[in-house]
Design a protein around this ligand. Structure first.
Ligand code: GLN
Length: 508
């Protein structure tokens, strides 16, 4: 039983639903009660509409009764509040964690939301998961601690004096606390992997283009990707299969047939045995991912997970990603550049907050934006505008783009020596609330291990790997080549079959 008193992840609940041991309505009622009660103190949920959730659950139960259920129909889910949800259908506003979008009622669902839930119009039925609500996040997904949310910080269920990570902090905290078996998140530079690591859950950021960005409030469009956070790799595989697939409404959507990642996760490798399911798997350890400055507790947890992978047959090989350090300046030029452009749509005219009684149009723009955006968002808009301005464009933006390509090329050289890359997700365990409030650059530097895969567009995963200082969870990061989600999930699943780190739960 989890802290909130509910056993089971997505796969287990789906089995119970199909076996009629529990109904979707019962599951939804239990979780809604937990969110309204003690679980609410974590600040993970921003919006809930209990009536509509129960109506969705009744629809799921009818679908199950008719024998028309998919593999995860009726299982509860919650969405990061960066995915738009059709307000008329769901009763759920979309704020992206910003005052700018307070109360915003979207007229449509994000593709990911529709595919996991009722289905995309014209595409046939969706997976039929039941939406419990929308989850807190850093404003416009900018941050690593959830403290940039305009609404409330989220508390880490393992230690309520610490951050849950970010920007998908509400998603990770809600899953860790057992308020929901799985949640969606988005990852631009680590926002699925890092909160998953800080809260001791599994999370995967797929290859850029695998999940549609349609209906995801844009931060940095060339980096933004959706993905699931859940207890186990298996649960992630079930959600990701339903979320992914080509979408003509996203110009960067990968034109590939939908993949059954659960089947790919289970498929045995050539040469595998029962004792050594990962026989022949070469895992590269970039020396830059194990610097002297890596916290000792994180290093030792990661090494113990690597030792387990070795026992399962994997071979560890030394590799190098020489431009790892450069991913910080490269990302913190490209992401703000794209953000400054994307966020220009919030002008007080078309969407969101509009100031009261402006004297003229210029004042309308200025006041609406300065009242609606928080400090970190303003900082990024200023950096982005600066690096894109005439005279600085070549010096910063163009150089960053060149380096981005070299970072991607470095990975391709490494993938000639190994199939997966492994390392830590973050240099430390979750820090104390407020610890980095005075220095945003400290938080930027802590993104060092997640940014390289984001810049290269590669899939990356965080898998629980034990605990460090203060009993806080530590994540192992696994990175694969393009569209190698099946290999990533297979390795993570094998590890989770042999260990119990992913089953540990916070006591609070
Ligand atoms: N921490 C990074 C940032 O602040 C990544 C955020 C994200 O992936 N959305 O930009």
């Amino acid at each position: 039983m989890s802290a909130a008193g509910f056993a089971g992840g997505v796969a287990a609940l789906a089995r119970q639903l199909r076996g009629r041991e529990v109904s979707s309505v019962e599951l939804a009622r239990q979780r809604l009660a937990a969110i309204a009660g003690e679980g609410g103190a974590l600040g993970a949920f921003l919006h809930v509409d209990a009536e509509r959730t129960l109506a969705e659950a009744r629809t799921a139960d009818e679908r199950i009764a008719r024998g028309e259920a998919g593999p995860i129909t009726g299982v509860p889910v919650a969405h990061k509040d960066i995915f738009v949800t059709d307000f008329a259908r769901s009763g759920l506003p979309t704020t992206a964690g910003s005052k700018m979008l307070a109360g915003y009622a979207s007229p449509f669902d994000a593709t990911v939301v529709a595919r996991l839930g009722p289905g995309v119009p014209g595409e046939g039925p969706g997976a039929g998961m039941v939406t419990l609500g929308k989850l807190n996040c850093d404003e416009f997904a900018m941050g690593s601690s959830n403290e940039n949310s305009a609404y409330a910080p989220v508390l880490n269920p393992w230690d309520r004096t610490r951050v849950p990570g970010g920007s998908s902090g509400g998603s990770a905290a809600a899953v860790a606390a057992g308020l929901v078996p799985a949640a969606t998140g988005t990852d631009t530079g680590g926002s699925i992997r890092q909160p998953a690591s800080f809260c001791g859950v599994s999370g995967i950021k797929p290859t850029y283009g695998l999940c549609s960005r349609w209906g995801m409030v844009a931060f940095a469009s060339s980096l933004d990707q959706a993905g699931p956070l859940a207890r186990s790799a298996e649960d992630c595989a079930l959600l990701l299969s339903a979320m992914s697939g080509f979408d003509a409404r996203d110009a960067t959507s990968a034109e590939r047939p939908p993949a059954d990642l659960h089947a790919a996760m289970l498929a045995p490798r050539a040469g595998a045995t029962a004792a050594q399911p990962l026989a022949g798997l070469r895992i590269g350890l970039p020396k830059e991912f194990f610097p002297a400055a890596l916290a000792a507790d994180v290093g030792s947890a990661v090494r113990s997970a690597l030792a387990e992978l070795q026992k399962l047959g994997a071979r560890l090989v030394d590799v190098s990603l020489p431009r790892t350090e450069l991913s910080i300046p490269v990302y913190y030029i490209i992401a703000p550049a794209e953000a400054s452009s994307n966020l220009s749509r919030f002008d007080g005219v078309r969407y969101g907050h509009r100031t009261n009684a402006p004297a003229d149009l210029l004042e309308l723009y200025k006041k609406s934006r300065s009242e609606g955006f928080g400090a970190e968002v303003k900082r990024r808009i200023m950096i982005g505008t600066y690096v894109l301005s005439h005279g600085y464009y070549d010096a910063y933006y163009v150089q960053a783009q060149k380096l981005r390509r070299m970072i991607a090329d470095d990975f391709q050289a490494v993938f000639k020596q190994c199939e997966l890359v492994a390392g830590p997700v973050a240099p430390t365990v979750a820090w104390k609330l407020g610890a980095q409030a005075d220095d945003p650059v400290k938080a930027y530097l802590a993104d060092i291990f997640t940014l390289p895969a984001s810049l290269a567009g590669l899939p990356g995963m965080s898998v629980p790997a034990g605990t460090g200082e203060g009993g806080m969870p530590v994540g192992l990061q696994l990175i694969g080549n393009y569209f190698a989600e099946g290999t990533l999930l297979h390795a993570a699943h094998a590890l989770q079959q042999a260990t119990d780190w992913h089953l540990r739960e916070p006591k609070t």
